[in-house]
Design a protein around this ligand. Structure first.
Ligand code: PMP
Ligand code: GLU
Length: 397
């Protein structure tokens, strides 16, 4: 019996979560798997944030919160946007959700009609096209290969815009490539968008603080863009709080109000205790953020150096986030015993089964010639993982 909706049947499962689950299953069977699949900081949530959550429980923050989140958290986010990004918002322009994932999905669901087009630069985070499909929109994929550092050009954007274009989803620093758009590059895209006032930008800035080239740049800094940009951010990555599930949007009030309406019928406001934790994250010391960023930078340098020594890999130097996205198509068509590698998903499966290293094949990121490795893990794991990968790949002929 399949009584499921067409909407659900057309949806692909999340490849990042699927690979991470597979790696956990193997681990539970006693296999010594190194997990480079899921993208989440390996650090613990800083103590002062945990203390705020404990206090929230004791203070009975146990009721429904306002749908967009407590005013105190939204005010803390307003302050953060002013201080860190130089952007002015009011608390009414902020809506908190159960993670940035829900924030992106809310924005898509309130904007997209069936048949509307949403431009999704590839490589993309696995969930974007699926979310667009959920809204019955059409993802329009614009591909940027490793030779252009995985970043789309203004000319590519211009060519992709049609009268049906509703939105552009821009992720910088990027998952899965680690590429970061510079201010000049964003200005180039903004100049194209200026000619198409119907296009809203969903700017996913969840990796804002994991940046190795200096200050984060938001496309919302251009005055003509601010009124049609929805910034998405949250505490998951910067504060090692993936399980707490707090994300937010900051944007024009008509979109924020719509997200509140949607959320009010769908999930209500996010977890009350997590909101108090997130408030502490934004208002407390930012020292742990910089400490974690430094650790990620050291690991980035390490994995880039080691991966460049793997014959057959073509490696970009990621400028942010915690992913390496090497091109590995030189292995396609090769085999080891009865295993044939046709694409990067086969390669990811081969590496999991032979090297016991979990990576994610590039197909679900819209880049079938690449493979994603998360380096949000210890230096020892990185060294061991790349050494195992190198050995397993050397057996392919
Ligand atoms: N956007 C991107 C690009 C991500 O990699 C993630 C990680 N899951 C998210 C959004 C969602 O983050 P969360 O829901 O944990 O806040
Ligand atoms: N964003 C992370 C990743 O890409 C977490 C998993 C997910 O939500 O997809 O691995």
């Amino acid at each position: 019996m399949n009584q499921l909706s067409d909407r659900l049947n057309s949806l692909s499962p999340s490849a990042t979560l699927a690979m991470s689950q597979k790696s956990a299953e193997l681990k539970a069977q006693g296999v010594d798997v190194i997990n480079l699949s899921v993208g989440e900081p390996d650090f613990n949530t800083p103590d002062h944030i945990k203390e705020a959550a404990k206090k929230a429980i004791d203070d009975n923050f146990s009721r429904y919160s306002p749908v967009p989140g407590y005013p105190a958290l939204r005010n803390a986010i307003v302050e953060k946007l002013k201080k860190e990004n130089g952007l002015e918002y009011t608390a009414a322009q902020i809506s908190c959700a159960n993670g940035a994932k829900q924030s992106v999905c809310n924005a898509i669901l309130v904007l997209v009609n069936p048949g509307d087009e949403v431009i999704v630069p590839a490589p993309y985070w696995v969930s974007y096209p699926e979310m667009v499909k959920l809204a019955e929109g059409n993802p329009v994929i614009v591909t940027a290969g490793i030779e252009q550092d995985f970043k789309i050009t203004p000319a590519q954007l211009e060519a992709a815009i049609t009268p049906k274009t509703k939105a552009l989803i821009l992720c910088s620093p990027s998952n899965p490539t680690g590429s970061v758009y510079s201010k000049e590059e964003l200005a180039g895209l903004a100049a194209v968008l200026a000619k198409h006032p119907q296009v809203v930008v969903i700017a996913d800035e969840i990796y804002e603080h994991i940046n190795y080239i200096g200050k984060h740049q938001s496309i919302a800094q251009f005055p003509e863009m601010k009124e049609r940009t929805v910034i998405v951010n949250g505490v998951s990555k910067a504060y090692a709080m993936t399980g707490w599930r707090i994300g937010f949007i900051a944007g024009p009030e008509w979109i924020v109000k719509a997200c509140n309406k949607l959320q009010g019928q769908y999930t209500s406001g996010p977890c009350s205790v997590s909101q108090k934790a997130a408030e502490a994250a934004y208002t407390g010391t930012q020292a742990p953020v910089e400490e974690m960023r430094k650790a990620f930078e050291r690991r980035r340098d390490l994995i880039v150096k080691l991966a460049k020594e793997v014959p057959g890999f073509e490696v970009n130097v990621p400028e942010g986030a915690f992913y390496l996205f090497p091109k590995c198509s030189s292995f396609f068509g090769k085999s080891a015993g009865d295993r044939k590698i046709e694409n990067s998903d086969d390669l990811a499966m081969y590496l999991l089964e032979v090297a016991h290293v979990a990576c994610v094949g590039g197909t679900s990121f819209g880049a079938p010639e690449c493979i994603r490795m998360s380096y949000a893990t210890s230096d020892e794991n990185i060294v061991e993982a790349i050494s195992r990968i190198k050995e397993a790949l050397s057996k392919l002929a």
